[in-house]
Every structure is written in structure tokens, then in C-alpha cells.
Design a protein around this ligand. Structure first.
Ligand SMILES: [Zn+2]
Length: 278
């Protein structure tokens, strides 16, 4: 066996041991989790927008249209981008790692685990995760809201396609409107500079309530979301950080850094946890 593989397995074993001993676990997932399900990351680790086809080659810069201002000025152009993204997310299937997290919570930790995600694709829900154990921090493309937030109400809209996209201009035709005031509707997701975003208050409350009892392990998967523990929490949890880019492990100097993709890491951890449970 190569030294590198030996080392990789050693890290997985250490992480599985920490999970096995943990009474309470917070799981945090981001773009790297969904990437294994084929959801493209349209921003890099620093938050900068990447080239994104078919938009880039047609001169449409998503970062210039798909924000609050864009929705207020030109909702058809803004919707063209999110319509495209919603279709990709509808086609994506939650990979086996999602099922692992769902099962861990159903069978192992129950109320003593919680998932905080920055993903807006709804894949945790589609993998059967109990919504009481989930906070979609940046919202979901499957909820819509009024662009003017005329009232603090979002509504569920699971259909995709929802509008037509013009092949040349990439503008949406027949984009949805607010049923209350007739203004443009938009996905209920956190956009850049977005005071109108309607966060999910129930998810946030559940998350805060979960953190009232100390957490032993913080499992961070493919996300750059910086998390700071409340000051009153004296005991810091052990961090397990999953990211195929080893350099990113520096964010958690005392953490266990697993240099693997999300799906492989979760399947590996699940395999070892089952062995430990015997
Ligand atoms: Zn409205």
C-alpha cells in the first residue's frame, strides 16, 4: 500500500473514531457537497463568479444580472440565469453521501445532529432529511418571493422548467410574478447586497436552539462558510473538514482534514462507523 493511501486511510479512521464517540454533531455542507451531484459551482472559493456557459459566450455576466438590482431592473434577464440553474438542480440527483447523512440522523443521532447548508438546491430534502434537522442558510430556489418583499411571505414552487429561455438573449419569457402585488417574483435565495431576502425564520430558530447544547463534532463538507461559535460556548468541538483541496484544511488548524470529495469521504466514514458500531 502506498504511503499516501495509508495516510488517507489513517485520517479517515481518526475522523470515524471522533464521530463514533460524538454525542452531538453539527454538519455543515456547501458547494463541494453538491458538486458531486453535478451541480456546477458558479463561484470560486473566494466568492468570485466563474465563467458560466452558455452565459459567458453570449456576453451575459450572471453577476451583473442575477442580483436584487437586476431583478428590479430587468427580471426577465435575471430569471434567465436562475431558470437555467433551477433546471440543472432539478435534473441533479442527490449522491450517496446525502443518503448517508440522512441515515446517520435517522438512526444514530436523531435530535443530536443538525445540518446547516449554504446550498440552495434542496438536495438534502430530496434525500429525505427531516426538515426539523435542517437550515438552508441561503434559502432555496424551490421557494419564491416578491422582488419587492411586499409582504414577508414566500411560496413553494417546485416546477422546473418554469419559464422559457430565449436561446439568443438567454432572457426568460413567462417568468413568475408575485401573486399579491403583481411585481416580479424571484427565488428566495440570498443574492449579493440583498436586503429584501426573506430568510427562513423557523430553520434559523431550530439551528440556534440546537447550538444551545454543546456539540462534540463539527463536520464541514465542501463549504467555505466561516463559522464562529457563540462566545459562551467554552468547549470547542472537534472539526472534521472534507475538501479535495488539501490547502483548505488550514482553515481549521486543529481539525482533521480529509482530502477527498464529499461523496467518497461520507461513504468511507459510514463504512468505518458501521465497523466501529459492531
Ligand atoms: Zn409583491
Amino acid at each position: 500500500m502506498s504511503d499516501a493511501l495509508d495516510e488517507e486511510l489513517g485520517v479517515l479512521r481518526e475522523a470515524a473514531g471522533a464521530l463514533h464517540a460524538a454525542r452531538r454533531v453539527l454538519v455543515s455542507t456547501g458547494a463541494g457537497m453538491s458538486a458531486d451531484s453535478g451541480v456546477p459551482t458558479y463561484r470560486d472559493e473566494g466568492g468570485q463568479w466563474r465563467d458560466f456557459e452558455p452565459f459567458t459566450s453570449r456576453g451575459v455576466r450572471p453577476e451583473q444580472v442575477a442580483h436584487l438590482d437586476g431583478y428590479q431592473r430587468d427580471p426577465e434577464q435575471a430569471w434567465g440565469f436562475h431558470e437555467h440553474v433551477r433546471r440543472i438542480m432539478r435534473t441533479a440527483e442527490p449522491h450517496a453521501g446525502y443518503a448517508v447523512i440522512t441515515r446517520w440522523i435517522d438512526e444514530r443521532w436523531a435530535d443530536d445532529a443538525f445540518v446547516l447548508t449554504t446550498n440552495i438546491d434542496g438536495l438534502h430534502r430530496r434525500a429525505g432529511l427531516d426538515e426539523h434537522r435542517l437550515w438552508e442558510r441561503y434559502g432555496s430556489v424551490w421557494d419564491l418571493q416578491c422582488v419587492d418583499a411586499c409582504r414577508p411571505v414566500a411560496w413553494h414552487e417546485p416546477r422546473a422548467p418554469l419559464a422559457d429561455i430565449d436561446a439568443q438573449t438567454l432572457r426568460a419569457r413567462g417568468a413568475p410574478r408575485c401573486p399579491f402585488c403583481g411585481a416580479a417574483a424571484r427565488p428566495r435565495i440570498q443574492l449579493d447586497h440583498d436586503p429584501a431576502f426573506l430568510p427562513d425564520p423557523v430553520g434559523a430558530q431550530r439551528y440556534e436552539r440546537f447550538l444551545e447544547t454543546p456539540v462534540d463534532v463539527y463536520l464541514v463538507i465542501g463549504t467555505t462558510l466561516w463559522f464562529s461559535w457563540p462566545d459562551e460556548v467554552a468547549e470547542r468541538p472537534r472539526v472534521i473538514h472534507v475538501n479535495p483541496d488539501a490547502a483548505t484544511h488550514q482553515r481549521y488548524p486543529n481539525g482533521i482534514g480529509i482530502t477527498m470529495g464529499a461523496e467518497d469521504a461520507l461513504l468511507g466514514l459510514d463504512f468505518l462507523l458501521r465497523r466501529l458500531a459492531r
